[in-house]
Design a protein around this ligand. Structure first.
Ligand SMILES: NC(=O)C1=CN([C@@H]2O[C@H](COP(=O)(O)OP(=O)(O)OC[C@H]3O[C@@H](n4cnc5c(N)ncnc54)[C@H](OP(=O)(O)O)[C@@H]3O)[C@@H](O)[C@H]2O)C=CC1
Ligand SMILES: O=C(O)[C@@H]1CCC=N1
Length: 268
């Protein structure tokens, strides 16, 4: 199986690394097309001659094409590569908001898998939600899912619009977690901890809390109740969060991300 990865940024490199390190795809079967030279980026044992900055018939002699450019770069990209796309190509897109209809129309292809990964795919702990055009058969879908699963876990969905919701929850989600962690680290520093101590405390707190919840049958609220003693410190913090509508604001943020994903899709 030969694969062309278009766009060698965060996601493009993640796929290259996951395919090679899992042994699922031989490094000689991975081709890269990037806008600029990738000299300073890790090549993950893929030979230099497999890296390209211009499309050509040779590099499109592949089974699967992965699109990992920013959504706003898709129009330019599609104009550049449309002539090289064949009906047999399976196109796997990770671009936020770009719909299957838009991919089919702009690339003149039929076999499309649209996915939404997240950044922990870089260490094999990713969450990817994906759906497919009707021309993708079961075998092709399994092959693509096997590729995706080299980066973590995945779920297939029937309704494409749920990909916007997945973008808002699991796609952008790691940034929300880092945002919350950052605020806690800043508070810890204000309370007198050094930066490294603060980072250590917060990081281990997140790891411990997530593992604890994952390994139990209790809900998040039940775990909150276990930590928050009546009249205690946690309750004081939660009262401030509630008074400031932190819960509602997080929901509004997720909703804004969902709306932006829809908007990106409508632009195409
Ligand atoms: N980062 C994340 O957490 C997630 C990102 N995504 C999606 O993944 C996609 C890529 O994101 P990310 O990897 O973070 O972005 P990056 O900016 O890190 O990488 C984009 C890459 O695309 C290349 N590129 C741009 N235009 C072209 C072109 N016309 N031809 C070839 N290569 C091109 C850029 O080249 P150059 O080096 O010249 O700039 C760059 O290497 C986005 O669509 C995003 O929605 C999805 C889920 C999570
Ligand atoms: O912020 C973005 O648009 C992309 C999609 C999900 C994560 N990063």
């Amino acid at each position: 199986m030969r694969i062309l990865i278009i766009g060698y940024g965060n996601m493009g490199q993640t796929y290259a690394n996951s395919f090679v390190s899992s042994g699922f795809v031989s490094s000689s079967d991975i081709l890269i097309l990037n806008r600029s030279e990738v000299d300073k980026k890790n090549r993950y044992s893929i030979q230099k001659s497999n890296f390209n900055t211009k499309p050509s018939i040779e590099i499109f002699d592949v089974d699967i094409i992965i699109l990992a450019v920013k959504p706003q770069d898709f129009e330019t990209l599609s104009n550049n590569i449309k002539a090289f796309i064949r009906k047999e190509h399976i196109v796997l897109s990770v671009m936020a908001g770009v719909t299957i209809t838009s991919l089919i129309k702009n690339l003149n292809c039929t076999k499309v898998v649209r996915s939404m990964p997240n950044i922990p795919t870089q260490i094999g702990l990713g969450m990817t939600v994906f759906c497919a055009s009707s021309d993708i058969d079961r075998k092709e879908l399994f092959i693509v899912q096997n590729l995706i699963n080299t980066t973590g876990k995945s779920i297939y969905i029937d309704k494409e619009e749920m990909l916007n919701a997945a973008t808002a929850v699991s796609g952008s989600g790691p940034a929300y977690v880092f945002y919350f962690m950052n605020a806690m680290i800043e508070s810890a520093i204000q309370l007198g901890f050094s930066k490294s101590e603060a980072e250590f405390l917060v990081s281990q707190t997140f790891i411990g809390a997530v593992q604890l919840q994952n390994r139990s049958t209790l809900s998040h609220q039940e775990w909150i109740n276990k930590v928050a003693s009546k009249g205690g410190t946690t309750e004081s913090a939660l009262q401030v969060f509630n008074a400031n509508h932190v819960n509602d604001d997080i929901k509004k943020g997720v909703e804004a991300a969902n709306n932006r994903a829809i908007e990106l899709g409508n632009k195409k």
